[in-house]
Design a protein around this ligand. Structure first.
Ligand SMILES: CC(C)(COP(=O)(O)OP(=O)(O)OC[C@H]1O[C@@H](n2cnc3c(N)ncnc32)[C@H](O)[C@@H]1OP(=O)(O)O)[C@@H](O)C(=O)NCCC(=O)NCCS
Length: 192
């Protein structure tokens, strides 16, 4: 598929480019990424260049992964990344440390979920899934705010950097989701 641009009240989501590589490399050196993501560690400029130059375009052209830069205005600096993978209908996201605490990821994730469920640009799905390393309450708060329901703790579908299974929290947002049922599904341990 061709890259798609999504717009929300405060954000523009578009394809990350080589011009974003240095910021991506800086942001991905955050110790939280070592703990909660499967991005390479330590993360260097070369990783970011391969990401924007090869992996992102390949994801779009092969219909396997739609990846967006999160920007607060057209042509503005990248403040985060969000993606939707078609194989498992799942989402992944991060924000640079200086862009957190403003609701940007809730806004971005809401737009991506709507796009995945209703745009028709990707194979139809009745459910978008989310998972995070168990203990990642910030990620859970974003998923919960957007309307995902918690479905349990189970090994992550992405093994850890050493190949071993990682305990993960899982969630789902159904096309026909019931907001109050979803809200009630989150156990205490996942709450911020
Ligand atoms: C997960 C991550 C993206 C969450 O970032 P975040 O800034 O907490 O999430 P949001 O952008 O949705 O912002 C929500 C916060 O902004 C606040 N906020 C401020 N203005 C807001 C607004 N207008 N609308 C909504 N929320 C607003 C919310 O109250 C909330 O703060 P709280 O968490 O203290 O309650 C971020 O912690 C991160 O990148 N972590 C490292 C990578 C990672 O773990 N990624 C997920 C892997 S599964």
């Amino acid at each position: 598929m061709q890259p798609v641009v999504l717009r929300t009240e405060r954000l523009v989501l578009d394809q990350p480019t080589e011009a974003d590589a240095a910021r991506i490399a800086d942001y991905c050196g955050d110790p939280l990424f070592e703990r909660f993501l499967t991005t390479p560690w330590p993360y260097g400029l070369q990783h970011a260049e391969t990401f924007v130059g090869t992996l992102v375009p390949l994801g779009w052209s092969s219909d396997t992964e739609a990846t967006w830069a999160v920007r607060t205005y057209e042509g503005g600096p990248l403040v985060g990344v969000i993606s939707y993978r078609t194989a498992r209908s799942d989402v992944g996201f991060w924000l640079g440390a200086d862009a957190r605490g403003q609701g940007y990821m809730r806004e971005a994730l809401g737009a991506v979920v709507q796009w995945a469920l209703f745009s028709g640009d990707v194979p139809p799905t009745d459910a978008v899934t989310w998972e995070a390393v168990a203990g990642n309450r910030s990620s859970a708060a974003v998923a919960r705010a957007v309307g995902f329901a918690f479905t349990g703790t189970a090994p992550s579908s992405h093994p850890g950097r050493d190949g071993s299974p990682v305990p993960a929290w899982h969630g789902v947002l159904l096309r026909s989701h019931d907001a109050s049922q979803a809200e009630a599904s989150w156990p205490e341990e996942t709450l911020l």
